[in-house]
Design a protein around this ligand. Sequence first.
Ligand SMILES: Cc1cc2nc3c(=O)[nH]c(=O)nc-3n(C[C@H](O)[C@H](O)[C@H](O)COP(=O)(O)O)c2cc1C
Length: 178
Amino acid sequence: MEYTDILNERKSIRAYDASKKVTAEQVKEMVEAAIMAPSWKNFQSSRYYAALSDEMIAKVASECLPEFNARSTQGAAYIVTTFVKGQAGHNMEGVPDNELGDCWGCYDAGLHNENLVLKATELGLGTLIMGIRDEAACRRVFAIPEEETIMAVIAVGYPAQEPPRRPRKTPEEILKVF
Ligand SMILES: Cc1cc2nc3c(=O)[nH]c(=O)nc-3n(C[C@H](O)[C@H](O)[C@H](O)COP(=O)(O)O)c2cc1C
């Protein structure tokens, strides 16, 4: 698939075909794409925790997500995304390089995660990035260490809908050229 086609094709999916399961091999391909993203000093601080078994998927849906997000993602698998604190935005001694500090970890995770969802699109999978999730429950369910900041839970599965494109701003609205 061409890059522009993938950009156009990717939309948040809120209905999944539960009869088709995402495989560990597909998740590995998605993470391989994520790894190609640029990162602060090439620290590559992003981490992933995938729930592919029925048991773990049910646990994430019931314990880590609010009801509306669990309902939207029935039939999908889940990937929790994190980053290691104190790397991106910091020098080798762990001192922040500028005022944004660990915000750069969020920045790098976003770049990583975008590669991941675009790869999923190329593989014919749908995704929903969910920022509304229970941080403490994610940490407990996946035994995520305190050294990592938990970002999104990404649902991934076979789409059971073709949603319309959500409205977008134009370049004229967001770009100033000098
Ligand atoms: C960081 C982030 C957090 C989001 N959290 C949620 C969420 O918790 N629940 C949800 O239904 N959609 C969530 N979304 C999806 C957005 O609503 C969606 O990306 C946006 O409306 C644009 O639509 P599109 O993805 O179809 O282009 C989130 C998206 C991002 C990037």
